[in-house]
Design a protein around this ligand. Structure first.
Ligand SMILES: [Zn+2]
Length: 252
């Protein structure tokens, strides 16, 4: 813990927060982005490149041009089906490593076609799952992601989802699941992050609507807190913090 306190984010900040938004939801465009911009904050948005993918991704172009990050959330959004009572074999348990690699390469081409200006991309693991196959054939697909992306956000199997500046895996970054959390709960996670001198990535889905929501007023209170904490806390898109971490000289 004493080591963590030596590290400074973005040159002089004690801790860092990234706000990430999954699945290209309507409330990201209608609520999250305007609220973030009211407080002078920038987030990371992970739409899916399926269906009419050019239209889906282009909806986020104004956000990109206003300084928000756009990241890759795959084409098919394959997740574990271990809890599904549906007989379809569409889950990661039935996929191969090669299929995953092909999926990620195709997704990368689609995102780059719509946003040719972006050189370095981050990836967001659908459903936080980082494996493919089952039983003796089950393996991590983090290495595929590491071959194709600069950074990637997963979930966290432990109770504390903070990323250490010394030990974080840039291709399997921890994140906090934020659905149904109150402003007080979210702010307490920020404070814990600041106490440790780490980096927390918050995962949001719907804001005031849709699946896995956070109430609009709770999200606004969080943004207000982050805005007022700028002197010691750096809130920035995931890629900005990942690059800062890569470029920083770690003083151990
Ligand atoms: Zn998703």
């Amino acid at each position: 813990m004493s080591n963590l306190k030596k590290f400074l984010w973005n040159k002089d900040k004690r801790s860092s927060i990234s706000l990430t938004f999954d699945d290209g939801m309507k409330s990201h465009l209608d609520l999250a982005i305007p609220i973030l911009e009211d407080f002078g904050l920038a987030g990371t948005f992970y739409p899916v490149a399926g269906g009419d993918w050019q239209a889906s991704l282009n909806r986020f172009r104004p956000a990109f041009e206003n300084g928000h990050e756009i990241g890759n959330h795959s084409i098919h959004h394959w997740c574990s089906c271990a809890a599904s009572i549906n007989l379809d074999r569409n889950g990661l348990e039935y996929r191969t490593y090669d299929e995953l690699e092909s999926e990620l390469q195709s997704a990368d081409q689609r995102f780059r076609a719509v946003f040719p200006e972006i050189n370095r991309w981050s990836f967001c693991y659908p459903c936080y799952n980082t494996f493919v196959g089952r039983g003796k054939g089950r393996r991590s697909y983090v290495p595929v992601v590491a071959n194709h992306f600069f950074a990637a956000r997963a979930g966290c199997e432990m109770s504390v989802a903070i990323n250490s500046p010394y030990h974080a895996d840039l291709h399997c970054l921890n994140s906090w699941k934020c659905e149904y959390r109150s402003a007080g709960d979210l702010i307490s996670l920020v404070e814990r992050t600041n106490d440790l001198g780490g980096w927390s990535i918050f995962t949001f889905h719907g804001i005031g609507e849709g699946h896995l929501p956070v109430e609009r007023s709770d999200f606004e209170k969080l943004c207000d807190y982050l805005d007022k904490a700028r002197d010691h806390l750096w809130t920035a898109p995931l890629m900005d913090v990942a690059e800062d971490l890569c470029n920083s000289k770690i003083d151990q």
